[in-house]
Ligand binder design. Structure first.
Ligand code: UDX
Ligand code: ADP
Length: 481
């Protein structure tokens, strides 16, 4: 029986391994992690991540051929294929600070693999890593190998949160990169055989190691670039009276451009886009390509600009001050159908409003109070360390923040509402009831373009929607500081 072990039971490792176990009943899959609470949650009825369809997949295979364990060394020692899906935070100190990936967790995983292995292994990079990480990992493994053969592959994951299970069931492609040596090719075939259980072989792309590593960064950079492009257009739309949804639709019908990833928003979030672009920028700089580095840097700058612009819209519309005013924050996750808050634009928007002394009442159907308070107290990039190394939730800004479990509770007596996540329930709120319960004038700032602007204006709201023709109230209020 082939045995697979995945180090790291996170958003990538957990769902990916669950689907491999489901589709390959004759393979034994163990997912291991240093975090005891995380593994306990994977073994309980309340999985540590919210992902539609995941519960069902886990229930079908857990205890049969899918196991979650903290016994990292035992499962690694027994495995034929070891996936590594551990944290790769952005460095905050030293060489490459603010851009380069910190490979501490990767390196310690690689050293542990070398230490405990007693048989040959294929080691698969699953978490996004900077180009040429495989080479460094290969060196660690081969310098410590004690006669054992390690073959390294890059198999980047392209799933998107919220649709992870559907993406894993029917991926656009599976990418496997390996060395162009007989051992490298043999390893590629072994991993291809795993995916071939359910993915058509013409969708399994095999490349060299560096192409696979770079393709992951490039794919995320291209996707993020589309969002920054449409968000840049949204600012121009607001200035000119054009409607960004109409512009997106018009350009998206060009089959060369296509309709996806053209929704203007308060900004992109998530664990990958910013981190991967920063990595790309760093690699370009290290390779003497400053023009290329600056080109990609701009995608992040526009994203930051979009979040700032939003905060400025809120403050300038409300008579240039939100001090002491209650603002309801609807949604905190970085997109709908996930409880993940990593790099969510809600963090920057909330911090901006707190900086102007607003009182925030925050509601998200999937994010806990503890998580929100921790996020609002955390330093940039601290989120990407294992949970036990992250700061505990502080009490310092608790006077300005309350976290509630109902949207109507959040908006009660509020001066304004900021919609940060496109949860379906925010489209269907009883906005007349909402209006009746708010201070007047009542403001809605829609960072996801989910509300019916016309209807809300008829009720009496002053509405700001990203990239849409401005309310007369907002026209003379500058949005750029
Ligand atoms: C992304 C990639 O899509 C995925 O392939 C990769 O494996 C990991 O990174 P993810 O971060 O889970 O996935 O979500 P995604 O759907 O890409 O959304 C990222 C951010 O962009 C979210 O904040 C989302 O709200 C925002 N977004 C997306 C927009 O603002 N507009 C859009 O049109 C699409
Ligand atoms: P991703 O979104 O890439 O899956 P996560 O942060 O959700 O990232 O998951 C990474 C997981 O890796 C965390 O649960 C963390 O505890 C785990 N981890 C980090 N280093 C190690 C290690 N050396 N051994 C085992 N697990 C590790």
């Amino acid at each position: 029986m082939v045995k697979i072990c995945c180090i790291g039971a996170g958003y990538v490792g957990g769902p990916t391994m669950a689907v491999i176990a489901l589709k390959c009943p004759e393979i034994e899959v163990a997912v291991v992690d240093i975090s005891t609470p995380r593994i306990s949650a994977w073994n309980s009825d309340h999985l540590p991540i919210y992902e539609p369809g995941l519960d069902d997949v886990v229930k079908q295979c857990r205890g049969k051929n899918l196991f979650f364990s903290t016994d990292v060394e035992k499962h690694v020692a027994e495995a034929d294929i070891v996936f590594v899906s551990v944290n790769t935070p952005t460095k905050t100190q030293g060489l490459g600070a603010g851009k380069a990936a910190d490979l501490t967790y990767w390196e310690s995983a690689a050293r542990m693999i070398a230490d405990v292995s007693k048989s040959d292994k294929i080691v698969v990079e699953k978490s996004t890593v900077p180009v040429k990480t495989a080479e460094a990992i290969e060196r660690i493994l081969t310098h410590n190998r004690k006669g054992i053969n390690f073959t390294i592959l890059s198999n980047p994951e392209f799933l998107a949160e919220g649709t992870a299970i559907a993406d894993l069931f029917k991926p656009d492609r599976v990418l496997i990169g390996g060395r162009e040596t007989p051992e490298g090719q043999k390893a590629i075939h072994a991993l291809r055989d795993v995916y071939a259980h359910w993915v058509p072989v013409d969708r399994i792309l095999c490349t060299n190691l560096w192409s696979a590593e770079l393709s992951k960064l490039a794919a995320n950079a291209f996707l993020a670039q589309r969002i920054s492009s449409v968000n840049a257009m949204s600012a121009l739309c607001e200035a000119t009276g054009a409607d960004v949804s109409q512009v997106s639709h018009s350009i998206g019908t060009d089959s060369r451009i296509g309709p996806k990833f053209l929704n203007a928003s308060v900004g992109f979030g998530g664990s990958c886009f910013q981190k991967d672009i920063l990595n790309l920028v760093y690699i370009c700089e290290c390779n003497g390509l400053p023009e290329v580095a600056n080109y990609w840097k701009q995608v992040i700058k526009v994203n930051d600009y979009q979040k700032n612009r939003f905060v400025n819209r809120v403050v300038s519309s409300m008579f240039n001050t939100v001090s002491g005013k209650k603002i309801a924050i609807l949604g905190f996750a970085f997109k709908k159908d996930t409880g993940d808050t990593r790099e969510t634009p809600a963090i920057d928007v909330c911090k901006g409003l707190l900086g102007d002394k607003a009182k925030l009442s925050i509601y998200d159907p999937q994010v806990s109070e503890d998580q929100i308070l921790r996020d609002l107290a955390m330093k940039k990039f601290d989120w990407d360390h294992p949970a036990h190394l992250q700061p505990l939730s502080p009490t310092s800004n608790k006077q300005q923040i309350s976290v509630v479990w109902d949207a109507y509770e959040a908006i009660k007596d509020a001066h304004g509402i900021c919609i940060m996540t496109e949860w379906d329930e925010f489209k269907n709120l009883d906005y007349q009831k909402v209006y009746d319960n708010m201070q007047k004038p009542a403001f809605v700032f829609d960072g996801r373009n989910v509300v019916d602007v016309k209807k809300l204006r008829e009720i009496g709201f002053i509405v700001y929607s990203i990239g849409k023709p401005l309310d007369a109230w907002l026209k003379d209020m500058p949005a750029v500081a």
